[in-house]
Ligand binder design. Sequence first.
Ligand SMILES: C[S@@+](CC[C@H](N)C(=O)[O-])C[C@H]1O[C@@H](n2cnc3c(N)ncnc32)[C@H](O)[C@@H]1O
Ligand code: SF4
Length: 375
Amino acid sequence: MTTAPASTGLFRADEMESLRRALRLDPQVLRKLRNDLLKKFEPDELVLNRFPAADAIELHSLKLYQRMDSEIDGATKLLFETESGLLIESVILRIATGRTTLCVSSQIGCAAACDFCATGKMGIAKNLATEEILDQVVQAGQILRAEDRRLSNIVFMGMGEPLHNEGNVTEAIRLLTAADHFARSPSTVLVSTVGVPAAMLRLAKTFPRLNLALSLHSADQATRQQIIPLGKKASLTQLHDTIQEIQAIQDREFMIEYLMLRDVNDSAEDAKRLIDWIANLRVHVNLIPYNSIEASPHLKASPRPTIESFADVLKASGLKTTIRYSLGNDIEAACGQLIRQENRQRAIAARRTEADCDSHVGFLDVRQVVDGFES
Ligand SMILES: C[S@@+](CC[C@H](N)C(=O)[O-])C[C@H]1O[C@@H](n2cnc3c(N)ncnc32)[C@H](O)[C@@H]1O
Ligand code: SF4
């Protein structure tokens, strides 16, 4: 007889199968559990009450640490504590059209170290496990279900660079789109990347209907490297060629994200450079108003009229262009600072434990990693 592990994670297929055999469960029982939790997002009590071995199974790998609801619009920030004791955030966006988007994190901190990004300034980098990525979806889905809403879209635009955690992110997308798990259409999922060409291509080949976005932020190599240190690993030409190759595989529009930074990348000349760089690509340009962060007082947001003029230049050239509206401005700063301070202290404590125990809890050295990543 197979012995079941003490507690079984829902997304560990082997463990789930051992549990099923050990308890002699009908495969239909596990199928129902997955359907109720991952497709319908039913509450834990309901799901567990129907399951014959509630104590043997773990529905969640994240602990909800804090929830912040915006008082001005439909945004909710969820701060989760991971198994390593560090915090991550997910954001639920309830859009006026009735649609809902969940922004998920793929890492704690980020080795790309972009100058404008609170996550990049954390000084740590740690990959989230597949189940930690997926539990953000489960818990947000349950919150929305309690409000009689459905989760429409999932975007990998939270903390971290998804393609620096390629294996776990790919597996998460596989399960999000698998008929016997979340059964979502790949066209409702978007992965945003700072630009890791080989991994972008692999992802497009694996999921031809997945949406992809590149955080370009400048079509001038020197300016891009100045704000995105990792930009030196992949040239603008290489990124352009990669998108062209992806578009031969995927018959869909690619999103170009462009953060509007005052006097850095927001001149008419910058707009012209962007138009030239895009050339024959089929893209949608999304201009992002910058939310200032404490760690980079030298960076300022472009004024609204500048963003609008920039958008007009792009539109006049025939490019599909939108300006991102931001939700949750009132909870943004509070949350970013809290995560940064808490994680720094928690990471220091974890590293101390690591030194004491001579064990390895898996932090990456940000400076080494920036140089070491494949481009
Ligand atoms: C946090 S990143 C995560 C995904 C991926 N690492 C990337 O860079 O595309 C998602 C988006 O947020 C943008 N972003 C980062 N910091 C920002 C800030 N302070 N204000 C506005 N957008 C920001 C990034 O440039 C990127 O387009
Ligand atoms: S790659 Fe994305 S998450 Fe990482 S530091 Fe840059 S903007 Fe932030």
